[in-house]
Design a protein around this ligand. Structure first.
Ligand code: LMR
Length: 394
């Protein structure tokens, strides 16, 4: 039967990772996949994670299964991190998943179970894997306008007009913060307007939050999610610990189903457990356990939050340096948006040909739509990128 298999489209981000590895040049800059790198180009294990790992090695006595939703303490700690006290814990069903991607996948699965003809409205552009997963699952995708190529900000009027077409039984997929791939985000009053529209249409929001703490801070980045969760009758939240805890390969994520009626929580929790069982049974535990230890120990938590804040400020500093050097070299403010964007990514606004030219001339690797990972830069490579941008005529 294998002869019937067809070649599947390659993932653009992963392809780029490979191309970078294979480039023999010494002078090359990886601005592709969303992985934080420190100024020395390493992706370090965060101090608090390392300390928790040491403790865990000492105290862990079994590797027996946890529960289908993972360890309940992980669910509690993550609900608290993402939602704060925006909604009562009793309104939230939560299940650990293999990474944020696992949470996204489980969320779509739940939406399809609840609403077999569900359409998922997604920002145009969005993380390419959202589209790939939806396509693989045979779920209808409806793009909504999001990025204004002129201002490099959010095309809010276009977005509102398009998501207004989603109705009851549809999902509107939103990025909680640090929009991937554009870096352009909603402000609180825009979140409020989106919520009012969702309340009017009855569409269900699903929020993917993979970069909490990378934009304006841990609480500020969760503000939109919290506003949504406390205002709409129900929503889905897919959260990732890959980036903010730096535990990419541990595959640590969580899916939350929030409703304003605690009587429904039990059924939602049972559904999340069921979906885990069907797709992979028990979720991975190691990363989730480390996250729980870090969040529940005031000292580890404080150290983690401080290191995360350093990471955030490093990225902001690079954004500012980049915008300032481009301003100086081009004499124009047209790259000022780079300092306004938040998170790991910005969409530069270069054509695929210009992206290719920057790769040829300066060994700069960014995704073909000109998304680049700010954290892949350092003080010394910013001028290289600036030179490449100018030379390519972006
Ligand atoms: C990215 O967008 O680069 C990250 O989310 C990593 C991935 O899996 O694509």
């Amino acid at each position: 039967m294998f002869e019937t298999l067809k070649e599947q489209p390659a993932d653009k981000i992963l392809m780029l990772m490979q191309a970078y590895k294979e480039d023999p040049r010494e002078q090359k800059v990886d601005l592709g996949v969303g992985v934080y790198k420190d100024p020395q180009g390493r992706t370090p294990i965060m101090r608090a994670i390392k300390a928790a790992e040491k403790q865990l090695w000492e105290v862990e006595e079994t590797k027996a299964y946890t529960g289908l939703a993972g360890d309940p303490a992980y669910g509690d700690a993550m609900v608290n991190l993402v939602l704060g006290d925006a909604v009562p814990r009793s309104n939230v069903a939560a299940a650990a998943t293999p990474g944020g991607t696992g949470a996204v996948r489980q969320g779509f699965d739940l939406a399809r179970m609840a609403s077999p003809g569900v359409r998922v409205f997604h920002s145009d552009p969005t993380w390419p894997n959202h589209l790939s997963i939806l396509g693989h699952m045979g779920i209808e995708k409806v793009p909504y306008r999001y990025f204004d190529d002129e201002t490099r900000g959010v095309d809010f009027d276009g977005m509102m007009e398009d998501i207004g077409k989603a109705g009851k039984g549809d999902v509107v997929l939103l990025h909680g913060c640090c929009h991937n791939p554009t870096g352009a985000n909603l402000n609180p009053s825009q979140w409020k307007a989106v919520i009012d529209l969702l309340l009017e249409t009855g569409a269900t929001p699903m929020i993917d939050i993979a970069y909490q703490g990378f934009g304006d801070g841990l609480d500020a980045d969760a503000e939109g999610v919290r506003m949504v969760a406390s205002s709409v009758p129900e929503c889905l939240i897919a959260a990732s610990c890959s980036k903010n805890f730096g535990i990419y390969r541990e595959r640590t994520g969580i899916l939350m189903a929030v409703c304003n009626d605690p009587a429904k929580q039990k059924l939602n929790q049972q559904t999340l457990n069921y979906l885990n069982r069907q797709n992979f049974s028990f979720p991975p535990d190691h990363g989730a356990r480390l996250v729980t230890m870090v969040l529940n120990d005031p000292e580890l938590r404080g150290d983690w939050a401080a290191e995360l804040e350093d990471v955030r400020l490093t990225m902001l500093g690079l954004r500012e340096q980049l915008a300032a050097e481009l301003q100086r070299l081009t004499g124009s403010d047209r790259f000022g948006f780079l300092a306004q964007h938040r998170g790991m990514f910005s969409r530069l606004g270069a054509t695929p040909e210009q992206v290719e030219a920057m790769r040829e001339s300066h060994g700069i690797y960014m995704v073909g739509d000109s998304r680049f990972n700010v954290a892949g830069l350092n003080k010394d490579t910013v001028p290289v990128l600036v030179e490449a941008i100018v030379k390519a005529g972006v």
